[in-house]
Write a new protein. Structure first.
Length: 78
């Protein structure tokens, strides 16, 4: 899931998705502890997705636009 797609969603939808993701991560952690999780990479992937949703949600609540990506320094010509 990309941040650009998330920015198009309303705050209520982002909040609902964040809650669903928290429940999913909880279930993945339980399965990981029990040893029934197929891929432990799923856990970190879902945590990153949750962080992405929470970041966009905070940006929307604060009313700020996302910061532009930093530009690399210009090369000096000799």
């Amino acid at each position: 899931m990309k941040a650009g797609e998330l920015r198009d969603l309303p705050v209520e939808e982002l909040t609902r998705r964040a809650n669903e993701m928290r429940e999913n991560i909880f279930n993945l952690r339980i399965r990981h502890a029990a040893g029934t999780l197929d891929s432990s990479a799923d856990l970190s992937k879902h945590r990153r997705d949750l962080a992405r949703v929470l970041t966009v949600l905070n940006q929307k609540k604060r009313g700020g636009a996302p910061a532009p990506a930093p530009q690399p320094p210009a090369e000096k010509k000799a």
